[in-house]
Ligand binder design. Sequence first.
Ligand SMILES: Cc1ncc(COP(=O)(O)O)c(C=O)c1O
Length: 376
Amino acid sequence: MSWRIPLFKIFWDQEDVSSITESIKLGMYWTEGPNVENFEKKISEYIGTKYCVTFNSGTSALHTSLISYDIKKEDEVIVPSFTFIATANAPLFVGAKPVFADIEMDTFGLNPEDVNEKITNKTKAIIPVHYGGCPCNIKALREIAEDNKLILIEDAAEAFGAKIGKEKIGTFGNSSMFSFCQNKIITTGEGGAITTNSKDIYTKLKLIHSQGRAEIKDYFFSTNTADYVGLGYNFRMSNIIASLGLSQISKADKLIERRRNNSKYLNSKLKDRNIKFINPPKDYFNVYQLYSIRIDKALRNKLMDYLKRKGIMTKIYFFPVHKTHFYKNVLGYNCNLEVTETISEEIITLPMFPSLSKSQIDIISREIKNFFLEIE
Ligand SMILES: Cc1ncc(COP(=O)(O)O)c(C=O)c1O
């Protein structure tokens, strides 16, 4: 379906086209190559960590990070249910059990109190999510992780460039994951990364994401025989894709500024309606990968249908993971997550992207206003 206003639009420019064209024209280094290393360096510089490893998706990045911390069968990992399913699936990939904790009303991120209550002697890690680019209460969660000697892995898939004060999201956890899927802050189509300050974890990530192959510089051009020192996968990002990452990251701040300006304008247009907004503390720098509002649950689906008829795309981010067929019926989850369930019944994600124009925002807000007038 072609939308009058889509939910997201990829921002790309001539620099992206030139960058990827050049890497194709090289005629070599289509798999591993110097762009990958450069992109990893740029990401760690931008986020402020010592190390970064890129991946072919955020999901494979999360999977690899759980392996690198030796999380396995019998272990429990605390995750939100108000997230994309990959967050909860990651523990399952290594045979561990995802344990759902509830979220906070203000940030839609994990509630530290509920996380505390969900800790058992089997808990190994916590994976908080920074919802739609809004930081969660990561400082409190870090304290809980430290007090209980748990691994903290930030799922920052949606939060590239988000900050608390001057500290970037992606620097709080033992490791943090970013996604470069097409609707994210910067994108390579598919792609992901892990940032960390641990040399040990960095080394493990490098091995696991590339067949467990003991490092040979330029494997494809080397006559040396490789040795394999552990079980590994092919979760690598290609050199062609990394060239797109390099041109995208060079404009990250501009893309974030546009999202924030658009969100500010949309906030101002929707104010005074029967609408609730995400409401993080003042020093939380939201990068608005998603722009979500909450309205009365009895009206939510009606508003979505109304906007659909007007050609404006909306979506529910997120339906709780514990209520999906897989978790409920196949895995047998039956949880009581009050805030998660309330928010997911009220949430509606509106269009948000860097090139969203003022006139498009005017249309969105006018149609929402018309909807409320119509039902009065
Ligand atoms: C919160 C969250 N976690 C994990 C992922 C998985 O990332 P990817 O789609 O790059 O595998 C996503 C992406 O949609 C996400 O939004």
